[in-house]
Design a protein around this ligand. Structure first.
Ligand SMILES: *Cc1c(COP(=O)(O)O)cnc(C)c1O
Length: 250
């Protein structure tokens, strides 16, 4: 695997640039409809399953917040790009379910973990960040979002809404972690509006106690308009930027 340098104007780079223009136009239109400033919506490019060269193409187009959902894939990809293209100031975000035994590896490359859904995982990440700092592998604490379950399906991960308070307290007591907000994936099937409304009100309650936990990460390729309508500050977009992932990877 080489990160390569995607020639501007090359077939793939031009394709990604055209996709990006469309996604940015969708975000702007959704913000206009909701009376919101597009500067308040971060775009996370989800590069999972795509080669490092595609992540580089996104970064060269200005999408410097990139997300992955598996440590085994993300760690090597981030390391490779970091070595070959140190000029790109990419921030890597972990958005997938994370096992505690991967916390140490994630602490090496992640700027943020959006999928913290249990006290035990938060504690493991806190320890991992401390160890990574002691080893000179990272300087800053880890930004974290609490992943909230909106369909009460434990298989899809996420903390139940009534567990957010306890988890937030543990995170804010952990010097290695910085609580930034909450994240969710809309339930499969049906319209996402009700789920986003639940998430938004959970976010409001969280901010009553933790005013800086202002991030509301929701909205993907298919539902980013609805997410922005309900206050999303961070949309996570893969397919609409890079194309359909192979079925085997999903
Ligand atoms: C894959 C993934 C995305 C991106 O989904 P698309 O539909 O491809 O835009 C967003 N969030 C999470 C947690 C993901 O795993």
């Amino acid at each position: 695997m080489t990160a390569g340098r995607t020639e501007p104007g090359s077939g793939r780079s031009a394709e990604v640039a055209a996709n990006l223009a469309e996604v940015r136009a969708r975000i702007e239109a959704a913000c206009a409809a909701a009376g919101r400033d597009p500067a308040g919506v971060r775009l996370l490019g989800v590069s999972k399953t795509w080669p490092a060269s595609d992540a580089v193409a996104l970064a060269e187009l200005g999408v410097l917040d990139l997300a992955e959902n598996r440590e085994q894939e993300a760690g090597p990809k981030a390391a490779l790009i970091g070595a070959e293209r140190p000029d790109l100031a990419i921030r890597w975000h972990m958005v997938g379910q994370l096992q505690r035994n991967k916390a140490r590896a994630v602490a090496r490359w992640a700027h943020e973990v959006q999928s913290v859904d249990s006290v035990r995982l938060a504690e493991a990440l806190h320890r991992a960040v401390g160890n990574a700092q002691d080893a000179g592998e990272r300087a800053d604490p880890l930004d974290v979002l609490i992943q909230v379950s909106l369909d009460d399906d434990p298989a899809r991960g996420g903390c139940p809404v009534d567990g957010i308070g306890e988890l937030a307290e543990v995170i804010t007591r952990s010097s290695g972690l910085r609580l930034r907000g909450i994240m969710a994936v809309a339930p499969l099937g049906g319209r996402p509006e009700a789920a986003f409304a639940r998430l938004a009100s959970a976010g409001e309650r969280l901010r009553e106690t933790y005013p800086t936990a202002s991030e509301l990460s929701c909205g993907m390729s298919n539902d980013l308009e609805a997410a922005i309508e309900y206050g999303s500050t961070c949309v996570r977009v893969g397919t609409a930027l890079l194309g359909r992932r192979g079925l085997a990877f999903r």
